[in-house]
Design a protein around this ligand. Structure first.
Ligand code: GH3
Ligand code: MG
Ligand code: MG
Ligand code: MG
Length: 293
């Protein structure tokens, strides 16, 4: 786990770096408040921070305050490092958004247990987030989370001429699989289907369970031809090999609808999904096990 150490005193930084890395943390260093805030705001920034109160530019209090105001998605646990331990200073630090404080000069063992307490909070927060955004059966995003991703991708690329594509996939005659092999077999098939289709996506694509056996992939920076190629690979990943389950080998195919928008053209999420859904419906009408745009 990454920890940010923000302190303008190089000796203090060296010591913190030393003890924290000895305890297995990856240490990121900032020598002033502005740099500290920028690092904490990075997309993959640290979840734990030890902030010196007195720093040039922004002080530790300012950093705490700004990070709490930033409305970031993840929670950053912040420990204030201060030589001022009178109650009013502690209250000010915690009011600014600090989670804890340590008196300077600190004792290594105390730093260790306080950082560990912070880590427990961060771990819990991440587990909660995982549970709130992931589908329990398949492990991919749930409906709310994948729609959130789509909405953010649309907003992120607004005004830049760039394609965004969505892929709607629905397993064919899935009800029949449940009826023939049972619901537990159906669950296995759904799990394996999402795994196979997910493996056809790029790193920065997202995949979610829109409804029962209806899956939605969001592909940023992907034009219609690219989406067609990915969808075709998803389709054949299902059609080419039956799913091996404890209840027998079960052949299952998937129908796919795709839609793309140029994000410079004020993309509307509902309209985009509607088009993909219409294409999926057309794929079903065409006899299933095919891709339609
Ligand atoms: P079509 O080819 O037209 O899509 O036919 P279908 O049978 O797949 O479509 P329909 O929407 O009628 O049936 C979907 C079925 O998926 C019904 C529902 O019981 C089943 N299903 C939805 N979620 C789950 C699940 O989590 N596990 C299992 N085993 N079945 C599920
Ligand atoms: Mg200082
Ligand atoms: Mg179906
Ligand atoms: Mg369906």
């Amino acid at each position: 786990m990454k920890v940010l150490v923000a302190d303008d005193d190089p000796i203090s930084v060296l010591y913190l770096q030393d003890v924290l890395s000895e305890w297995g943390y990856e240490v990121v260093v900032a020598a002033d408040g502005l740099t500290a805030e920028a690092i904490l705001r990075e997309e993959d920034g640290p979840l734990l921070a030890v902030l010196d109160w007195m720093m040039p530019g922004l002080d530790g209090i300012d950093v705490c305050h700004n990070i709490r105001q930033a409305g970031m998605e993840r929670y950053v646990y912040m420990i204030m490092l201060t030589s001022r331990t009178e109650t009013e200073f502690i209250v000010a630090a915690m009011n600014a958004g600090a989670d804890d404080y340590i008196a300077k000069p600190f004792i290594a063992e105390e730093m260790r247990v306080r950082v560990r307490a912070g880590r427990r909070i961060v771990d819990l927060e991440q587990e909660l987030r995982r549970q709130a955004t992931r589908d329990a059966l398949t492990g991919i995003f749930n409906r709310g989370a994948i729609l959130d991703v789509l909405q953010k991708e649309i907003a992120r690329h607004a005004r830049t001429p760039n394609f965004l594509s969505v892929i709607f996939a629905d397993l064919d005659h899935f009800k029949g699989i449940n009826d023939t092999y049972g619901h537990l077999a159906g669950d296995e098939v759904l799990r394996e289907a999402t795994r196979r289709m997910d493996s056809m996506l790029r790193n920065y694509d997202s995949f979610g369970r829109y409804g029962g056996e209806e899956l939605l992939a969001v592909l940023p920076n992907c034009d219609p031809e690219g989406a067609l190629a990915v969808a075709e690979r998803m389709r054949s990943a299902m059609a080419d090999t039956a799913v091996h389950t404890p209840y027998g080998d079960i052949a299952v195919t998937v129908s796919i609808g795709i839609a793309s928008v140029n994000t410079a053209d004020k993309a509307d999420m509902t309209a985009l999904l509607h088009r993909a859904d219409g294409a999926l419906y057309a794929a079903k009408l065409l006899g299933r096990n095919c891709v339609t745009a």
